[in-house]
Design a binder for this molecule. Structure first.
Ligand code: GLN
Length: 307
């Protein structure tokens, strides 16, 4: 295979993996997510030359869930800079995305911004900073992608709120340590909305290409994030983007990336491309089973990862 022939490689991934059995289950703790058909499968790669390669259900929007934590982190870093690190750490957790157990030992400082506890602290920062954080978050995404159709799915946000006992517990727990400044209700309302954003495999790499392009928007000379911010976000995606499977993802795929319980995964090859894959069944660690396999095939068939 010609390493630059991404379309051929994507076709091969589709052929190899669309027929295989998956043992994982579609996320069901958010009732709305349980309704998504398990056999959806799509992938889209967008390179720095502005070329697109795709297959399957790559234009269908799905719930980005925890992938949104990369956007909220980027916005918080842009707004308050390095003071953010006083309230959230940068170490892998080795624990599940919704773990409460590490907070006690760390005096309420979450291990990193991608586990739920850390994302709730980042959400709190944004709720403090903006008078209308939900509007500001969408504006940020629209500027990043040049696509102002991206928006919240109110049904998914309400569905998650209706069963969000663990996130409520976590926010209250953070508050008991003084690491949650706003009303728990307000922070969770923002957090459930950010998770409810729907995007397709085509749209996600358009947002993530900035992380492959040293912070510059593609096709413009606008420096959207600094080189240092991009370095840090990519480092966090590599070490913490897959919770207690971050090591496995680095080992098998070798790219910074971020997963969500909607079954999406986005990964970035700095200097080359951003890629998204969507397949709803999740493995026991909460990451898309077929999505992980697809990205492993991508870096194996191209012969290139960041390593
Ligand atoms: N909205 C989900 C939650 O807070 C996000 C989790 C995820 O995608 N890993 O539980």
């Amino acid at each position: 295979i010609d390493v630059t022939d991404y379309q051929k490689i994507l076709n091969q991934i589709q052929q190899e993996l669309s027929g295989t059995k998956v043992t994982g289950r579609v996320a069901s703790y958010v009732p709305e997510l349980a309704k998504v058909p398990a056999d959806k499968f799509g992938m889209h790669l967008y390179n720095l030359e502005g070329e697109s390669f795709c297959f399957g259900d790559s234009d269908e929007c799905f719930s980005i869930q925890s992938i949104s934590k990369v956007f909220s982190l980027a916005l918080a870093m842009k707004m308050i800079g390095n003071t953010l690190w006083k309230r959230v750490g940068v170490e892998p957790s080795g624990a599940k995305f919704n773990s409460l157990s590490l907070l006690e030992d760390n005096f309420g400082i979450p291990r990193n911004p991608f586990i739920n506890a850390g994302a709730l602290v980042v959400a709190d920062v944004l709720v403090s900073y903006f008078s209308d954080p939900k509007a500001a978050f969408l504006t940020f995404l629209h500027e990043l992608t040049g696509n102002d159709t991206i928006t919240y799915n109110e049904t998914v946000a309400a569905s998650e709120k209706s069963e969000g006992y663990r996130n409520f517990a976590m926010a209250n727990y953070l508050k008991s340590f003084g690491n949650m400044k706003n009303d728990v209700e307000d922070v969770l309302d923002f957090y459930f909305h950010q998770c409810s954003i729907t995007m397709s495999c085509r749209e996600l790499p358009q947002a993530f290409i900035v992380f492959a392009n040293q912070g510059q928007l593609l096709g413009s000379d606008r420096q959207f994030l600094t080189g240092q911010q991009v370095k840090r976000i990519n480092a966090l995606m590599l070490t913490c983007g897959f919770y207690d499977e971050a090591g496995e993802f680095s080992f098998e795929v070798g790219l910074p990336g971020k997963s969500g319980v909607g079954g999406g995964i986005v990964a970035v090859h700095p200097g080359h491309y951003a890629v998204a894959v969507w397949s709803p069944p999740l493995n026991p660690k909460g990451n898309s089973e077929r999505g992980m396999a697809s990205l492993e095939r991508l870096t194996t068939l191209t012969g290139y990862s960041i390593f």
